[in-house]
Design a protein around this ligand. Sequence first.
Ligand code: URA
Length: 270
Amino acid sequence: MNRRDLILQELGLLPKWVRREAAVSIRGDVATILEETASHDAEAFEPPVFEAGRDQRAPVAAEIAARAVDSDRAAQIARFDWTQLQNAVTGCTACALHATRKQTVFGVGAEQADWLFIGEGPGAEEDARGEPFVGQAGKLLDNMLAAIGLKRGHDVYIANIVKCRPPGNRQPEPVEATQCEPYLARQIQLLQPKLVIALGRTAAANLLRNDASIGSLRGRLHSLQGIPLIVTYHPAYLLRTLGDKAKAWEDLCFARETMQRLKGAQTAQS
Ligand code: URA
């Protein structure tokens, strides 16, 4: 078995693997990339439920827009360095989640990472250990990273929409995501990643401010305030829906190709 097949087997993709042609042709800079991909039609399919036992409704755009934002607090957080930010998160009581958490889950990885993966929120194991994606879903995420030559902590940063565990692993409420948003926004500012990967519908809905299905969001580049963003399935969903691992693999290949092109475009400009 060749190396690729070994990786696919590791990811549980065999024998379902069908390589799709690169979704887009990317030439120049990020603007060109986004322009070229804006009209790309994603493969039409509706994924089944995201995660057993969770409310599947992503917050709709109007609901997100209507959330109250304390701009003074956000402005203060936007000036923090990494240490100040970490301390602020550790002591945060801005929403009700602080009352039930064991500890906050700030994020993990290289502070100069080109890759930023964003999930939904900590589960029980993450709450206990203080690190994102350390449970079963985290093991799959690590395998997904390895499949495209990445490793947690090396050029990769992993964070969540919310830093405290929602009780019972429910979806974060809009108000909870809103209170946490300035922390993630500052992490992104400090990191300046080249590419963001939104893991699952909750991450995508909060980052992109829409409630579209994963099926309509994956397979093309989005923009998170100018940073290219790709949407794929949440690893916890993939653990339950093995048939969609092949689509996640397509997304990872698309992400890897996009990163290569982003780096190529940067090299050409310098
Ligand atoms: N699911 C997430 O979205 N994030 C984690 O950190 C763990 C599980």
